[in-house]
Every structure is written in C-alpha cells, then in structure tokens.
Design a protein around this ligand. Structure first.
Ligand code: HEM
Length: 246
C-alpha cells in the first residue's frame, strides 16, 4: 500500500456535513504528523491519552448534571446518568489494555519526547478529583439530612432499598470504578516501566499507591465495616459451625 497516499487522505477534506459537524479534520489533526512519530507505537500512545481525556470530559459534565438532579431529588435521572458515567469509567479502564501492546523499549523511546509531562497534569483527572466533595454534599443534604436519614439508617437500621440507598450505591460504584482505573493504571506502569523506577517528576511511583488508598465517599465504605462489627457481635468472634458439633 502507498503509505504517503493514505497519510495524505486519512484526515478527509473536512467539507462533508459529517466532517463539518464532528470537526473531523481538526480532530484527526490533534496527533503528531505521521512523519514525526518516533516509532509505530506513538500514535496509539497519543490516541489513548486523548480518548481518555474525552471520556473524562463526558464524565465530568455528566457529574454536573447529576449534581443538579441530586438537588431536585430526581432519582430516575440521577441513576440513568450514573449508568452513563459508570460505562465511561469502564471504557477508560479497558482502553489502558491497548497500551500493554507496546513494548517497554518502544515506551522508553516515546518517553524521551514527553518533556516534564505526566498524567498528574491531566485536566480531566484534576477536574474529576474536585467533584466528589460537592456531589457528596448534595447527596447528604437532599437525600439524607432532609429526610432525617443517615447512612447507617439506609443501609441497616431502616434498610428498605429506598432512593437514598440506590443513589448511595451509584456513588459507591463511581468510587470503586475510579479505584479500578488507578489499579489498572498501576499495572500498566508495572508492565511498561516497572514500579521501582523514578517518574518523570522525579518522584517514585509510590505516590500512586497513595491514590489507591483514597476513597471519595469514605462513609459508604465505613458502613460495611460497622455493620460487620455490629452484626458480628451477635455471634462473637468465634462462631459455631453451621454444620453443628462433631
Ligand atoms: C504506558 C503508559 C503509562 C505510563 C508508563 C504511565 C506512567 C505514570 C506514572 C509513572 C505516573 C506517576 C506520576 C508521575 O510520573 O508524575 C502517572 C500518573 C498518572 N497517569 Fe499515567 N501512565 C501511562 C498511561 C496513562 C494513561 C493512558 C492515562 C489516562 C488518563 C494516565 C493517567 C495518569 C494520571 C491521571 C496520573 C496521576 C495520578 C494521580 O495523581 O493519582 N496514564 N502515570
């Protein structure tokens, strides 16, 4: 195949309605020129990062809508939009696997051209990190406090699978999928550059382990511990076998 011909035509003319509406010419020019890639993995490296930024844009803007609906206690809308967020989070996780088709050496070649750039500078990720606190405040004010409810009541004492409970579980799912992204990202680093090396910021990748310990909604995880402890009291630390004594 004539590479030069494909390179020249791949971005399209940008004149058809589809191309105009989706701004494809500009979109497809957001990567380095084919002649400037340092190796055959660099296109994929740029595309995966760019696609991740787009999914984070969708997630962040959807979370803004969710926040409005939380304040209206419009549970149907909240749940539908959380479903969208969760799917986009899973796509973000799955896409990391593409980068595992890149050899360690090819990544080192790409890395030479990254300057001081690091995922810590991702605008999407930095935006997402700021959103859980206000989301929790809206949930707490409108779904809990307003109805005289607490996390303990909706999960245990007054558990009836109410709206507050299903919304809390959607928040927990968001939290869990965020952690799964962090975990898979760490595995990707393990695979590509190793976990012991210094990062481009000169800091150890150990800082990423700190991220793995962060919970956006600690109350939603703490309740599970509390329940196991309080329910456990009824049977004590050492339980009788359900099969009876032998
Ligand atoms: C081979 C691919 C990748 C490698 C080797 C890699 C490596 C790293 C390393 C070493 C860090 C630690 C911090 C630093 O160096 O400044 C980091 C942070 C980060 N990376 Fe990646 N990364 C890769 C792909 C990606 C992709 C595809 C994303 C997509 C969004 C991403 C997002 C992030 C984010 C958000 C952080 C900051 C995490 C935090 O502050 O908790 N990385 N990455």
């Amino acid at each position: 195949m004539d590479r030069e011909h494909f390179y020249a035509t791949m971005n399209g003319e940008g004149t058809l309605d589809y191309e105009i509406y989706l701004n494809t010419k500009r979109l497809l020019s957001c990567q380095k020129d084919f002649h400037d890639f340092c190796n055959q993995d660099e296109l994929q490296f740029q595309l995966v990062h760019q696609a991740e930024e787009l999914w984070m844009k969708l997630i962040a803007s959807t979370l803004l809508d969710i926040d409005d609906y939380l304040q209206e206690e419009n549970t149907n809308r909240v749940l539908t939009l959380f479903k969208r967020v969760h799917i986009a989070q899973k796509l973000m996780i799955d896409q990391l696997a593409l980068l595992e088709t890149m050899s360690p050496k090819e990544y080192q070649e790409i890395r030479l051209g990254l300057g001081n750039g690091s995922g810590q500078e991702s605008p999407g990720f930095r935006t997402l990190l700021k959103m859980p606190v206000p989301l929790w405040q809206s949930f707490k004010a409108h779904y809990l406090d307003h109805h005289g409810l607490t996390v303990e009541k909706i999960y245990d004492a007054e558990y009836r699978h109410c709206d507050a409970y299903v919304v809390a579980e959607a928040l927990a799912e968001f939290d869990e999928l965020f952690q799964k992204f962090r975990y898979h990202h760490l595995q990707l680093i393990h695979r590509t550059i190793g976990l012991g090396a210094k990062s481009l910021k000169g800091r150890s990748v150990e800082i990423l382990n700190e991220g793995l310990r962060i919970k956006f909604f600690p109350e939603l995880w703490e309740i599970r511990n509390k329940m196991t402890d309080s329910w456990g009291k009824s049977y004590g630390v050492v339980r009788e076998s359900i099969g009876g004594h032998h």
